[in-house]
Ligand binder design. Structure first.
Ligand SMILES: *Cc1c(COP(=O)(O)O)cnc(C)c1O
Length: 504
């Protein structure tokens, strides 16, 4: 197996090279040249394994230049029991018959990003060793909240790496900001920007392929890479939990062997749902992939009418990790749907760069609607859903997961489909304590009963009403000093990076 760029399928890279580089030299995304298939009876076998063994199995299908020992080393360290507050790593809870919550937020930073970012540093440093590279890797992260913290936590004090994180000053929750501002580690930098996530992501993407900067970096034995889901090493570990979840459901006789399930994913950069799509391509029995968006509903429209148009207002919502108008991983999906037509991908993404819009053909539209169903909900609906889920099922869910739940209800209403369904639950509700608290307390809240500043007080109140303990990873932050306070404009990102690395 080798890896190609979505913008040039003649280029060949090993898995190690793809993971170290993060993005292809031509600005395309790395993708394996073939998608391995799962043997039909594999779920029986996987059912008897723990998460670490399942992860080793899936990763070995894609990382064919890693030895078995190397994969096991990465997996064992990443998913060590002491890092996750659940023995199952990502437990599946049962909300009502036929509906399951795949809880992906039991890791060190309480968001699903941990599932991939705990292992990425191991994959990267192992790949570096294999390719005998002496360089130091500089990870650049653009974050709408959760990636930043999860990447910082994954890479802190990892030898041969540095990590620089940018987040929108007004686009993350109070807890997310605190998580990043208090980050420890000798190789970390955190910086807020005036602008939104797309501004940060676009700046970082262009820096990753900036030739002048590359030259200076090479001279200094430094190399940029990415911890965003544009990196294959980020996406790949996300396939594991969908396969694992299915094995778990089958083992517990919730589903019959071969029974198809729906998967609902609260979506931003299209990484998590693309991982589910890969799992389906590998042979996971999936009926529909349901793409749930918030008011930034560019993906809903795209899946409905095949027109991707980012020329629209950008909304700051209570599900900030989905406040995205440029969903990078769509490029990988379209590459596959067009039969790996790199020329077509170049054309569309050039149009996106220059006009902010492209339209796919009718054939692609049809293919999209075979696998995907999409809808969105606004903040009010998100709040109502949080309220309802607590009221009816005593289940406290974060705003992102609530978006998924709300869209799933719309799906059921629209289709009447009774297929058993897994909802990707992506964050611990305490990361968004004030919005969750407000939603549970009263149905129609536009004014906060408690001010956003009182995060600790709100966490305490929420614990009292909902009988769910706040995770120590979050409650311990209040005792930690603020280390990072810098806020810059988006035009200063490049200079900030140069300064941090002492480059000319
Ligand atoms: C990142 C994130 C998402 C969106 O995932 P994508 O892979 O970017 O689509 C959803 N919910 C939470 C809590 C997240 O952190």
């Amino acid at each position: 197996m080798f890896y190609q760029s979505t913008r040039n399928n003649q280029l060949r890279f090993t898995a190690s090279e793809a993971i170290i580089q993060g993005i292809a030299p031509d600005g395309g995304l790395f993708i394996p040249d073939t998608i391995p298939t799962l043997p039909k009876d594999i779920f029986d076998m996987l059912g008897h394994m723990d998460y670490i063994e399942r992860a080793s199995y899936i990763l070995s299908l894609f990382l064919d230049d890693f030895t078995e020992e190397e994969i096991h080393y990465c997996v064992r360290n990443a998913y060590a029991a002491e890092k996750f507050d659940s023995d199952n790593i990502c437990p599946v809870s049962h909300l009502f018959p036929g509906l399951y919550m795949l809880e992906l937020w039991h890791g060190p930073t309480c968001a699903f990003k941990d599932m991939a970012l705990q292992i990425l540093p191991y994959l990267m440093t192992t790949a570096l060793k294999k390719t005998h590279q002496e360089e130091k890797i500089v990870i650049l992260v653009a974050t709408s909240g959760d990636t930043g913290k999860a990447a910082l936590e994954g890479f802190k004090n990892v030898p041969h790496t540095e990590i620089i994180t940018f987040y929108p000053e007004n686009g993350v929750s109070a807890m997310q900001k605190r998580q990043m501002a208090t980050q420890t580690g000798d190789n970390v930098q955190v910086c807020a920007i005036h602008g939104n996530f797309d501004d940060a992501q676009s700046a970082v993407k262009s820096i990753l392929t900036d030739e002048d900067l590359q030259k200076e970096m090479t001279r200094r034995q430094l190399k940029f890479s990415s911890a965003n889901s544009i990196n294959w090493g980020r996406l790949l570990p996300q396939i594991i939990y969908y396969v694992s979840c299915y094995a778990e459901l089958q083992k517990n006789e919730e589903i019959l062997p071969g029974e198809a399930i729906n998967i609902v994913v609260p979506t931003g950069n299209f990484g998590n749902i693309l991982a589910a799509y890969f799992a389906k391509q590998m042979g996971l029995p999936v009926n529909k992939l349901i793409c749930a968006s918030n008011a930034n509903n560019v993906l809903t429209e795209f899946i409905h009418n095949g027109i991707y148009d980012k020329n629209r207002p950008f909304y700051t919502t209570i599900s900030p990790s989905m406040d995205i108008l440029i969903s990078s991983n769509l490029e990988r999906l379209l590459y596959l749907l067009t039969g790996r037509n790199d020329g077509q991908i170049c054309e569309w993404f050039h149009q996106l760069d220059t006009c902010g819009r492209y339209e796919v053909s009718q054939t692609i539209k049809n293919k999209l609607s075979e696998d995907f169903w999409a809808d969105f909900c606004d903040d009010q609906e998100t709040q109502n859903t949080i309220h309802h889920m607590f009221d009816k099922y005593s289940y406290v869910c974060d705003p992102h997961t609530a978006v998924a739940m709300s869209v799933y209800k719309k799906y059921q209403l629209a289709t009447g489909d009774l297929t058993k369904t897994v909802i990707a639950s992506t964050a611990n509700p305490y990361k968004f304590a004030s919005d969750v608290f407000n939603a549970i307390q009263q149905k129609n809240v536009n004014i906060s009963p408690l001010s956003k500043q009182n995060e600790d007080e709100i966490v305490n109140e929420l614990e009292k009403i909902c009988n769910l303990e706040a995770p120590i990873q979050l409650t311990s932050l209040k005792a930690q000093p603020i280390r990072f306070r810098t806020v810059i404009s988006k035009n200063e990102i490049k200079d900030f990076i140069k300064q941090s690395l002492n480059l000319k």
